[in-house]
Every structure is written in structure tokens, then in C-alpha cells.
Design a protein around this ligand. Structure first.
Ligand code: GLC
Length: 549
């Protein structure tokens, strides 16, 4: 069977609050995205994933939705969305939105009604519990710290996987499910090309709601209760009633899905087109990031996953997103962050088996920011965990250090467009601090420079789309090579007699490998030394070859 369209695309993720502010209120907006479409077209991306733009009190930057049908005024209007869809379409680009249906906002009309009247229909759209004493119904801990339960004035407790302003929707209720499907189809009919599906493995609950034992005596982390048995019924129904009716692309954030259930999620007939490959997301916890051992561990995780996924289905490959720190900080030691290492990282993942995603700013090598206090941070998760640490009498300074390095705000600082005030992101006061390095790292500076990271990303997307190679990336097998050469990350993609080889040296010194100089399609260095059946790779050299080497 020939590749689905979403196997041939490069996706660009936009965090709308931080992308480009067209009206000077300090917050990015839809018209700002429309203004930058030519930039994105030139970058060579085909699909834009836009994080939530719906009406929201913004407790979790839009992942708390109070009206699924309306664009939040802070981002513009529904007419602006129509215009964006139309302008993107003119340029041959598609838009996918975030679908957040594990929970909504406590300011959604459904929840307000449910709070006002325990017997109304909407009360059945959520999980409420009464307890005899004033105890929480169980010991489960929410993803943002604290209990999953919050008590209403009338004594009822409601359930939330994330913050207390994000009450979970009760998927057991067929009426609720119908409402959700209606909304999904409404957006698909409007012309969105699909969805990134948020936190979807949380929608099925352990309905016993029994407390669970923990080793430390603290609450039981809800993140252990993903992909709960019975979830498949809901997901099959959503696929049949919505996704199958449109030729859409769906990419699920599906924590907890391992090899056992991968096929159900992202196999040929899976619930979704693909799921994000999170198997190598947490490499940042390794102490000495760019040591040979660390690279070897990363190599193993990536290729274990590739071997499995390439037989089982399809995945989305990425280095960054709005929940992660910047990839250069995550995978490299500070002193090694440079064009060569950043482009080596990019080359490493871009041609893997799966659809590559680029996160805004990654293409210019944006870095983590410096956070001096919790007060500078905006992230509800960082604040929740900080508060929790104080309650548990742990050292809050440690939490600050953790979030400075790994916190989500690192990827949410404004896009660095130029060296003017606020990095050219806004004429107003930015909603979150701008990374101080914008004078050095920005689009304007890199746009005209052929040896910039931005120019390199353009070459990556161009190669991905080149007629003769497109099938190789969309259909081809993946095979790791040079497995035993320390800190060398190399693979072949192959389809129908045509092959492409990717070789990346993550060693801080030169590295010799077996290989002949096949036609070089891409090289992040000016030269490549070849002699007597050997190639001498410079530190952080990344080369893509036509054929095998
Ligand atoms: C997902 C999103 C994250 C959000 C959470 C709750 O993990 O990526 O940003 O906070 O879901 O919706």
C-alpha cells in the first residue's frame, strides 16, 4: 500500500502565544502566524500544528478549554482562523489543531452547569464523588502536583488529571462522547487537516477509584494509570465517527503506550495516524550529556524504537516540543553548543522512520533561558511542583534548578525573529520573558547566511521532499549501520532499489569509519575526507549520502 500523505510531510509546531504578535498585546496570535506563512513555506514545512487557540482562561496556556468552538480573543477570531486556513492552503500547507478532550476548563459552560446543579445532564460529563468524611476520595496525585480531587462548596469532589482548573471529562457517558465527536467533525469540516491529540491515554479511568500503595507514603502518581484497559472502545469509536470520515492526520500524545499496545494506536489500522515517539525524550537526565556513553545510550534507545516501530506502524519523530527544554541544552553540554552540533542533532533524527516534527525556534538553535526565580516562570506545572516541594518540606531551590534546566518555559520564550526589542516578537510587553540571547540567535541574522542553522534546516526539508528520495523516507526500511563505532550514529533507509545513508559523528574528536565516498547529498562541514575505503569524520560531522557507503 502506498504511503499516506502524512507520511510525506514535515510538520512545524507552533506555540501560538509565543510565535508572533501582530497586534502589540504581548501575546502571539493567529494573524501573526498568517504573517509568517511565507517564512514557514520557505523553511519547507508542509503541516503546521498549532497548540490550543480555543477560548481559555489560560491556566495551562490553552490546554484548559472553555469553548471548543471559538478562538480565544487573545489569539484573534474565528474569521482569522478561516483566513489562516485559506492562506495556508494557497501555499500548499495544511493546519492541524490540538485536540484536548481528556479534560476541559472549569470555566466551560458544561462544568459551570454541573457545579450549579448536581442533577443536570452536564453533571454526568464529569467525575464527581462524595465522601462520608471530608477525606479526598483516594490518594492519586495529579500530573501537576497535589491531589487529582478538588472539593466544591457543596461537598462534592471532582476529578482532574492535571490542574484543578482542568476537570476531566467522563468518557463513560455516551452523551459526552457524542458532543466531543460533533465538535471534532465541525473543525474537520471547516478544513483543518487533523489533530495533535492531547494526553489521550488518560481518558479511561480505573473506575474503582481505589487508593494505591506507594513506597514513599505520598500520593500515587496518576501518570502510572495511562492506557487503562477498556480505552480501545472509546478510541475506536472516535476514529470511526470522526477521523475515518476525513482523510485526516492524527498524532497522539500517548504516554504509557509501549510495544504491547503500539499497533493498536499507530499500526496500519490504528486509532491514530501516528503517535509521538517518547522513548528517547528523557535522555536529558543523563549526567554527562555528550559523553560517548550518553550517545551510546541514546543510540540504543532510538534504534530499539526504530526497529520496532518500522515493523509495527508509524511514529512522529521530534527533538523538541512545548513541554520540553531546548534540544541543544538537552543533548549537549553548554560548551559544545554550536552550529555543527546542532545541525548534527537535526540530521540524526530528520530521516528516521516516521514523520519529522520541528518545534518553533529549533530551526535557529534557540536555547534554554536563564531563570532566576520561580516568579519568572509561567508554567503551571513548575509552580505546582514548587508549591508541593514546600509542602513536603523539600528544598524548593532544587525544584527551581530542575525546572531551570528541564522546565517547559524554556521552549515557550518568544520566537526570536530579529535583534530589535523583544526579539521582534512583539511591540508590546511580552507575556513571558524573552531569552536574553536574541541579539545573537535570531531569524533575521540567519536568513541570509548560507552557513546558518536555519539554512541547514531548509536543506533538510528540501532533501526530505526531493522527488527521488521521498519514497525512500515515506516507505523505506530503516537499518542501523556502524553500530559498534562509538558515538557514531548511522543508518540506511532503503526502498525499491534506492538507498540513503545518514552518518553522524557525535564524538568531540575526529572519527574514522569504513566507507567509500558515495554521492554526498548533505554535509554540515565544508569537506569530507575519504581515503583507502575509509571516511574521516570531523567532530560533530553529519553527512547524508545517496546510496550505501
Ligand atoms: C499535554 C500537553 C501539555 C498540557 C497537558 C494537559 O501533556 O502537551 O502542555 O499541559 O497535556 O493538557
Amino acid at each position: 500500500m502506498l504511503a499516506k500523505w502524512w507520511k510525506r510531510v514535515v510538520v512545524y509546531q507552533i506555540y501560538p502565544k509565543s510565535f508572533y504578535d501582530s497586534d502589540g498585546d504581548g501575546i502571539g496570535d493567529l494573524n501573526g502566524i498568517t504573517e509568517k506563512l511565507d517564512y514557514l513555506k520557505e523553511l519547507g514545512v508542509d503541516v503546521l500544528w498549532i497548540c490550543p487557540i480555543y477560548c481559555s482562561p489560560m491556566e495551562d496556556n490553552g490546554y484548559d478549554i472553555s469553548d471548543y468552538y471559538r478562538v480565544d480573543p487573545m489569539f484573534g477570531s474565528n474569521a482569522d482562523m478561516d483566513r489562516l486556513l485559506c492562506e495556508a492552503g494557497k501555499r500548499g500547507m495544511k493546519i492541524i489543531l490540538d485536540l484536548v478532550v481528556n479534560h476541559c476548563s472549569d470555566e466551560h459552560a458544561w462544568f459551570k452547569k454541573a457545579v450549579a446543579d448536581p442533577d443536570c445532564e452536564e453533571a454526568g460529563y464529569f467525575y464527581f464523588k462524595n465522601t462520608a468524611d471530608e477525606e479526598e476520595p483516594n490518594n492519586w496525585c495529579s500530573n501537576f502536583g497535589g491531589s487529582v480531587w478538588t472539593r466544591l462548596a457543596d461537598g462534592r469532589w471532582y476529578y482532574h488529571t492535571f490542574s484543578k482548573k482542568q476537570p476531566d471529562l467522563n468518557w463513560e457517558n455516551p452523551k459526552l462522547r457524542e458532543k466531543v465527536y460533533e465538535m471534532i467533525n465541525w473543525w474537520l469540516d471547516k478544513g483543518v487537516a487533523g489533530f495533535r491529540v492531547d494526553a489521550i491515554t488518560f481518558i479511561k479511568k480505573d473506575l474503582s477509584f481505589k487508593s494505591r500503595a506507594t513506597e514513599d507514603g505520598f500520593r500515587y502518581p496518576i501518570e502510572n494509570l495511562t492506557d487503562y484497559p477498556g480505552i480501545g472502545g472509546f478510541l475506536t469509536e472516535m476514529k470511526e465517527k470522526c477521523f475515518d470520515k476525513h482523510d485526516c492526520m492524527t498524532v497522539a500524545e500517548a504516554p504509557g503506550v509501549g510495544n504491547e499496545t503500539f499497533r493498536e494506536y499507530a499500526g496500519e489500522d490504528g486509532y491514530f495516524s501516528m503517535i509521538f515517539d517518547f522513548t528517547w525524550e528523557n535522555m536529558e537526565s543523563e549526567a554527562d550529556k555528550s559523553s560517548i556513553e550518553a550517545v551510546e545510550r541514546l543510540k540504543k534507545r532510538i534504534f530499539d524504537s526504530q526497529r520496532f516501530v518500522s515493523k509495527a506502524g508509524w511514529s512522529a519523530v521530534f527533538l523538541e516540543n512545548h513541554d520540553q527544554s531546548r534540544c541543544v541544552n538537552k543533548y549537549l553540554e553548554k560548551e559544545n553548543i554550536c552550529f555543527e552540533s546542532a545541525s548534527a542533532l537535526a540530521t540524526m533524527y530528520f530521516f528516521l522512520y516516521g514523520t519529522p516534527f520541528i518545534y518553533e525556534g529549533q530551526e535557529i538553535g534557540m536555547t534554554n533561558a536563564v531563570w532566576n526565580s520561580i516568579g519568572e516562570m509561567e508554567d503551571v506545572r513548575a509552580k505546582g511542583k514548587y508549591k508541593e516541594a514546600i509542602e513536603r518540606r523539600q528544598d524548593p531551590q532544587k525544584v527551581l534548578e530542575y525546572f531551570s534546566e528541564l522546565g517547559r518555559d524554556n521552549s515557550r520564550t518568544p520566537m526570536q525573529w530579529n535583534s530589535e526589542e523583544n526579539a521582534g516578537f512583539t511591540k508590546g510587553r511580552p507575556w513571558i520573558k524573552v531569552n536574553e540571547n536574541y541579539k545573537v540567535i535570531n531569524v533575521e541574522e540567519q536568513k541570509t547566511r548560507s552557513d546558518s542553522l536555519l539554512s541547514y534546516y531548509k536543506k533538510l526539508t528540501a532533501l526530505h521532499h526531493e522527488d527521488v528520495y521521498e519514497d525512500v523516507f515515506a516507505e523505506g526500511s530503516v537499518r542501523q549501520i556502524l553500530e559498534d563505532v562509538p558515538a557514531v550514529f548511522a543508518y540506511e533507509r532503503e526502498w525499491d532499489g534506492r538507498a540513503v545513508t545518514v552518518v553522524v559523528n557525535f564524538k568531540k574528536g575526529p572519527q574514522e569509519i569504513q566507507g567509500t565516498k558515495a554521492e554526498v547529498l548533505l554535509n554540515n562541514h565544508k569537506t569530507l575526507c575519504a581515503k583507502d575505503g575509509k571516511l574521516l569524520l570531523a567532530p560533530y560531522q553529519a553527512v547524508v549520502f545517496d546510496g550505501k557507503i
